[in-house]
Write a protein that binds this ligand. Structure first.
Ligand code: IPM
Ligand code: MN
Length: 333
């Protein structure tokens, strides 16, 4: 198996090597194909990613991705967004559950919860249809039948293996494009025998803070999913704990929800668990369920033992955390 490995910028350069160490620890048989894209490359060449980089990604089975710093340049196109578009990675899957409910994280949920956000990942307000002049800026929100059907199907498929219910999040009381999304999600849920309920996105933000345990699979449009994922990351205790998968019919990219965090980059203190669990999602995607389970139990185990990186109020370094995970895996193999 060939994995395109994109460290990117900032802490991407620290957490992706940690994730690769963990893949090696579970003895995944894979070839690493390093792809250099991002801010560093943009500074050097004026281009953050070229067509050859995309070709290299297409030649691999999947992509492990760190994070990229976006330069402050109005003409710059986000590398990540371009990859999502070009490889048609239409489903952004973001699981959120507190890792050990008794943990001393900054935020303590009253009850355990286990949420998956299924975010449409190629259209909505991210469609890239924008028009700016001196007096008016306009971003077109594109919601297509195809886009709705496939994201709703992805959500229903996930729901089947869990509580068989989805929550459709929209703002159909104001936006016609949301009414369209809502109708099609309901149609797909009914066709698949999946129960559904629905929430307006503002009410959803409120309810998620107060009662996250009420929710299971959440399906929503691109920007709403982006915003609600950061909210859920706060419920879990840190962005540094949250992994994600960007899945299409052909390609897949696995990345931590956090960004490149230039403020802490190079200090060796970034939490590698989001990247490590993204690698775990990659293992699941390639069907290596046993290895994936091993990685998850290692993560749960080191957290239960009390190891904490700085974002979780502790002082463990990226290396300390990675070493502890690798040692746990070796000890049970
Ligand atoms: C995310 C990020 C990206 C997004 C940015 C970096 C373009 O915030 O993956 O959640 O908005 O989708
Ligand atoms: Mn985001």
């Amino acid at each position: 198996m060939k994995v395109a490995v994109i460290e990117g910028d900032g802490i991407g350069k620290e957490v992706i090597p940690a994730a690769v160490d963990v893949l090696n620890a579970v003895n995944l048989d894979f070839e690493q194909v390093p792809v250099e894209v991002g801010y560093g490359k943009w500074e050097r060449t004026g281009l953050a990613m070229d067509d050859a980089d995309l070709e290299l990604m297409r030649s691999c089975d999947c992509i492990l991705f760190g994070a990229i710093t976006t330069p402050n340049d109005p003409n710059y196109q986000s590398v990540l967004l371009r990859i999502r578009q070009e490889l048609d990675l239409y489903a952004n899957i973001r699981p959120f559950r507190p890792l050990g409910i008794t943990m001393d994280i900054p935020y303590k949920p009253a009850k355990p919860f286990d949420i998956i956000i299924v975010r449409e990942n190629t259209e909505g307000l991210y469609a890239g249809i924008e028009d700016v002049n001196q007096n008016r800026a306009c971003s077109t929100r594109v919601v297509t039948r195809k886009g709705c059907l496939r994201i709703a199907k992805t959500a229903c498929k996930l729901a089947k293996g869990r509580g068989n219910s989805i929550t459709i999040v929209h703002k159909a009381n104001v936006l016609k494009s949301c009414g369209f999304f809502r109708e099609l999600c309901i149609e797909v849920a009914n066709e698949n025998g999946v129960r559904y309920n629905e929430m307006l996105v503002d009410a959803m933000a409120y309810s998620l803070v107060l009662n996250p345990e009420r929710y299971d699979v959440i399906v929503t449009t691109n920007l709403f999913g982006d915003i609600l994922s950061d909210l859920c990351a706060a419920l879990v205790g840190s962005l540094g704990l949250c992994p994600s998968a960007n899945i299409g019919d052909k390609y897949a990219l696995f990345e931590p929800v956090h960004g490149s965090a230039p403020d802490i980059a190079g200090k060796g203190i970034a939490n590698p668990l989001a990247a490590i669990q993204s690698a775990k999602m990659m293992l699941e995607w390639v069907g290596e369920f046993e290895k994936a389970g091993l990685v998850q139990s290692a993560v749960d185990n080191v957290l239960q033992k009390g190891l904490r990186t700085v974002d979780l109020g502790g002082s463990a370094s990226t290396n300390d955390m990675t070493k502890a995970i690798v040692e746990y895996i070796r000890s049970v193999q």
